[in-house]
Design a protein around this ligand. Structure first.
Ligand SMILES: C[S@@+](CC[C@H](N)C(=O)[O-])C[C@H]1O[C@@H](n2cnc3c(N)ncnc32)[C@H](O)[C@@H]1O
Length: 378
């Protein structure tokens, strides 16, 4: 059987460019929800310490956004950091107020996997003259599950809507001979206990690695702000990712089955495709942070996001297209790699049909729970 790329490092990204299913055109609802959580980013910034600067040299704040993608949200985060830190510096509350009246300088690193459309992102950056630039910017291609920066070089990390992506499809999940084989499904939701356990193990090992790398890269007094998908605890454990995954997973599975029924792909193509996405509970998240031991938790909670605003809720065609585009922006490149873009087109045509039929329910249910977390280096 043909296996799915186990390591998604070289293929995974959001849809780039500026087209109908691009991330830039399908991240408005994420942006609206993110804005409600940015007060925790400001509280995180209040906790960081900047080193005392040397006379005549501007103090520098280095920040890195992990999983920046190619939309406006990463720039929104950078703006909040510049505005808030400039305000703190002006009030002298950083303890590093510059007697010469020099302002803070900012260096932002936008990090994502190498397949990310960094060009689209950099075209969004304000095109000011160098002298008026609010910050210096650079792209860092690589996985946030690996080391990305030199030791003690970053003051603040942010990672929004990215950490629920695992580094790979968990071991055994796409292997027919494994008890964790996820036959006939593409998500962990509703899968067997063994599949659920494999996903949980992958999440734990990824998160441990993430925290270990960040603890090494942060400067003394540094901090991390995280927003990722999360889930409510349930007795069914990881195989109950929440009703939202039941609704969306069901629509996704049905679209695959349509292709199989129509003879366009064989069943094994579906069985060998799995989405490496895991929404942890607050307890699972806390357990990994505690086990790692490098960070103090300032804040950790589950926040319910609100559903997207649809211009005309009665227009099922429009709502269905919005849902299909939303799913394609997230999963398109992964599916293209697995079945080729011609078949991927066919899959998303079927998905749009299913989405049009269930438009009202899909839009109402599109309110994902999020883990909202602030950590400081212990
Ligand atoms: C939904 S986008 C979030 C973009 C942006 N942070 C926001 O809030 O809108 C998730 C991003 O995480 C990136 N990503 C997933 N796994 C990654 C990894 N291991 N290392 C770096 N980036 C990763 C994806 O490529 C994608 O661009």
């Amino acid at each position: 059987m043909e296996e799915q790329h186990q390591d998604i490092k070289n293929v995974f990204c959001m849809e780039g460019g500026q087209g109908e299913s691009s991330y830039i055109n399908n991240s408005q609802s994420q942006s609206r929800n993110l804005k409600m959580m940015l007060y925790v980013l400001e509280e995180t910034l209040d906790k960081i310490q900047l080193p005392r600067h040397r006379p005549g040299k501007k103090p520098l704040l280095t920040a890195a956004d992990l999983g920046c993608s190619c939309g406006h949200n990463t720039l929104l985060i950078a703006d909040v950091i510049v505005d808030h830190m400039t305000k703190l510096c002006g009030t002298g509350s950083l303890g590093s107020k510059d007697d010469d009246g020099l302002e803070l300088e900012f260096c932002f690193y936008f990090c994502d996997l190498p397949s990310n459309d960094f060009n689209t992102l950099f075209h969004l950056l304000p095109q000011q003259a160098a002298a008026a630039r609010r910050y210096f910017a650079a792209a860092i291609p690589g996985s946030f599950y690996d080391r990305l920066f030199p030791e003690r070089s970053i003051n603040v990390f942010t990672s929004t809507l990215s950490l629920h992506w695992l580094s790979q499809v968990p071991e055994g999940v796409a292997n027919k001979r494994s008890p964790a084989y996820n036959k006939g499904k593409v998500f962990v939701h509703g899968a067997s206990e063994e599949t659920g356990a494999a996903y949980r193990r992958q999440f734990r090992s990824n998160m441990m690695r993430f925290l270990h790398c960040r603890a090494t890269e942060l400067k003394t007094g540094g901090a991390i702000f995280i927003v990722s998908l999360g889930r409510l605890s349930s007795t069914r454990g990881p195989t109950d990712q929440g009703y939202i995954y039941e609704v969306y997973g069901g629509m996704f599975d049905d679209s695959w089955r349509d292709l199989i029924k129509e003879g366009m792909v064989d069943g094994e193509k579906m069985d060998s495709f799995n989405v490496p996405l895991y929404a942890p509970t607050v307890e699972e998240f806390k357990e990994v942070v505690d086990t790692d031991g490098s960070f103090k938790i300032n804040q950790l909670e589950l926040v319910m996001a609100s559903p997207p605003v649809v211009d005309d809720p009665a227009d099922c065609g429009m709502a269905g297209r919005m849902v299909a585009n939303y799913v394609r922006t997230l999963l398109g490149p992964l599916i293209d790699t697995h079945i080729g873009w011609v078949m991927a087109d066919e899959l998303f045509i079927r998905m749009q049909r299913h989405a049009e039929i269930r438009a009202e329910e899909l839009v109402d249910e599109m309110c994902f729970p999020h883990i909202l977390c602030s950590l400081s280096l212990a």
